[in-house]
Design a protein around this ligand. Structure first.
Ligand code: ADP
Ligand code: MG
Length: 559
């Protein structure tokens, strides 16, 4: 029997493949299942144009069989199969993709789901197997062939027996070593978990014989084991379904299944974008703050699929930091992936999707604020801080996106209000948006500084979070109205006449004020007469850009 050698460059590539392209061994199963699914797709596309072929969905499936005693794992499919030449050219030359050629030949046909394009996925089998055997019978052929290889030193092709059209890939699983465990790839639970993780939404059934238990006799307490074939993938991903077929419950189940969170999602967003960017997405706004949310450990990101196959667990590029609380997934058919699929090229497509998602989240939050205030406030309790950080970070680059989503406690309403609500009910003569800072609403209420503004009948926003005032300083204005701290020197409340009179009073009392300042020994910058006091004899006020509260925060920060 003649042994074929891999082409020289293929040899090197194979070594590289096995050792470095993939970061996790378990993905070999994803690759082999994707190939099997591609092979079934090819029959499906052929049947579209070839009347002699009937595609009866029930006859097409992928089967996984583990045999512990023989240490083999077999992945078989009822797909299009490979001829002797196919085995030679598709499996004998690394980085040659039969699927890419198929796609190019069939470009004119409707959009297809074929996943393969790099011609390397198959070789990932060598990460877990020391021998790989492929037995395949091509559609329309009577003779089957066997391709076998032990890795880099080459492969053989010989005639073989196979009763039906399709392909069988038999992996002889490596023995455990000190560093690496391979036994797990023969374990039912592990195989099931890998399929669920990466290939749950392959469009054809992935079957496996699984062990089950049943009472020996009806009502019996003794149980016996039996084996039964089960389809272990869910096939149709919920994001491919029509929104009107789905209930809230379906989304909640998906959220739990995916372990996006242990809470219930507050809201889901199902996107089916079909314009300049084509993708599907299901996004969730969680109800509660994850325990590590405001720590460095928290990692933002969405799951990224390409044509139903999981590419990345957490694609951070899809979410801006200020929406880092969003969970969910994105599926796009036309991403430019590189060969390992694990590393995504920074392409325009992805940037476009991210932009689209960002504005969608914003508009969904805005309508939540408008239509379901209670829910929005719940959301805001959990993640409002992150929005305020978002305003403050990046030198305010995102303030337009975020300013309408902010809420602050209002002295007048005694609840959270939006800036828009504040401004829309401002009296004609009110020049500024007033705010007061403090540890708590109760503390702020007692501040002498708030009295004058409140007496005027003006609404005051209470800032109890350190970030509040910093965010507002970045905003500067909202709808042309500047923000003003109730403790700032000039409150913009007194009329011109009043101002003149105040100045005269101040001149008159100058010696007194100077004496007071001296007694205070430089602890204050100046002592002035104030018209803002009602029931308190004295108050502190800030002159410059920084309020007293901000100065406190800044001073508390490590250098
Ligand atoms: P890719 O899937 O990116 O094309 P692979 O290395 O995974 O690259 O597979 C190489 C080629 O081998 C495929 O393009 C396909 O032509 C062929 N092939 C692999 N597995 C099968 C299979 N189960 N049935 C039919 N053809 C297959
Ligand atoms: Mg492939």
């Amino acid at each position: 029997m003649m042994k074929h050698e891999f082409k020289a460059e293929s040899k090197r590539l194979l070594e590289m493949m096995i050792n470095s392209i993939y970061t996790q061994k378990e993905i070999f199963l994803r690759e082999l299942i994707s190939n099997a699914s591609d092979a079934i797709d090819k029959i499906y596309y052929k049947a579209l144009t070839d009347d002699s072929l009937v595609f009866d969905k029930d006859n097409y499936y992928i089967k996984i069989t583990a045999d512990k005693s023989a240490r083999t794992l077999t992945i078989s499919d009822t797909g299009i199969g490979m001829t002797e030449e196919d085995l030679e050219s598709h499996l004998g030359v690394i980085a040659k993709s039969g699927s890419l050629a198929f796609k190019q030949e069939n470009e004119a046909k409707e959009d297809h789901n074929i996943i393969g394009q790099f011609g390397v996925g198959f070789y990932s089998a060598f990460m877990v197997a020391d021998t790989v055997t492929v037995i395949s019978r091509a559609l329309g052929a009577d003779q089957a062939y066997k391709w076998e290889s032990q890795g880099a030193d080459g492969y053989t092709i010989t005639p073989a027996e196979k009763a039906t059209v399709g392909t069988e890939i038999i992996l002889r699983i490596k023995e455990n070593t000190e560093e690496d465990q391979y036994d797990e790839y023969l374990e039912e639970y592990r195989l099931r978990a890998i399929v669920k993780k990466y290939s749950d939404f392959i469009r054809y059934p992935i079957k496996m014989d699984v062990t089950k238990h049943r009472p020996k006799e009806e009502g019996d307490k003794e149980f016996e084991e039996y084996r039964e074939e089960e389809t272990i993938n869910s096939m149709v991903p919920i994001w491919r379904k029509n929104r009107n077929e789905l209930k809230d419950e379906d989304y909640e189940n998906f959220y739990n299944e995916k372990r996006y969170g242990f809470d219930k999602p507050l809201k889901h967003i199902h996107i089916n974008a079909d314009g300049a960017v084509v993708y599907k997405a299901i996004l969730f706004i969680p109800e509660t703050t994850p325990f590590d949310y405001y720590t460095k450990e928290y990692e933002k990101g969405l799951e990224l699929y390409s044509g139903g196959v999981l590419i990345m667990n957490k694609c951070g590029d899809l979410l801006p930091d200020y929406f880092s609380f969003v969970k969910g997934m994105v599926d796009s058919e036309d991403l430019s992936l590189n060969i390992s699929r694990e590393m995504l090229q920074h392409d325009r497509q992805l940037t476009q999707i991210a932009k689209h998602i960002k504005s969608r989240i914003k508009s969904e939050l805005q309508s939540l604020l408008k239509d379901d205030r209670e829910k929005y406030e719940k959301f805001y309790q959990s993640f409002g801080r992150q929005l305020k950080f978002g305003v403050y970070n990046d030198y305010g680059a995102n303030k337009d996106t975020l300013q309408d989503l902010l809420l602050f406690y209002s002295s007048k309403e005694r609840k959270l209000v939006s800036l828009d609500e504040y401004v829309s009910r401002m009296p004609e003569d009110q020049k500024y948006i007033y705010y007061a800072t403090g540890e708590s609403n109760e503390r702020i209420e007692k501040l002498p500084q708030t009295e004058l503004v409140a007496d005027k009948g003006y609404e005051i926003l209470y800032f109890t979070d350190d970030i509040d005032e910093f965010a507002i300083k970045i905003l500067q204005k909202y709808k042309e109205k500047e923000f003003k701290s109730v403790s700032s020197g000039d409150l913009g409340i007194e009329s011109d006449d009043e101002a003149e009179k105040n100045e005269a009073d101040a001149d008159e009392n100058k010696p007194l004020f100077e004496a007071m300042q001296e007694i205070l020994g430089g602890k204050v910058k100046a002592v002035k007469a104030s018209k803002r006091l009602r029931s308190h004899p004295v108050c502190l006020s800030a002159e410059g850009e920084l309020s007293i509260e901000m100065e406190k925060v800044l001073r508390a920060m490590p250098d």
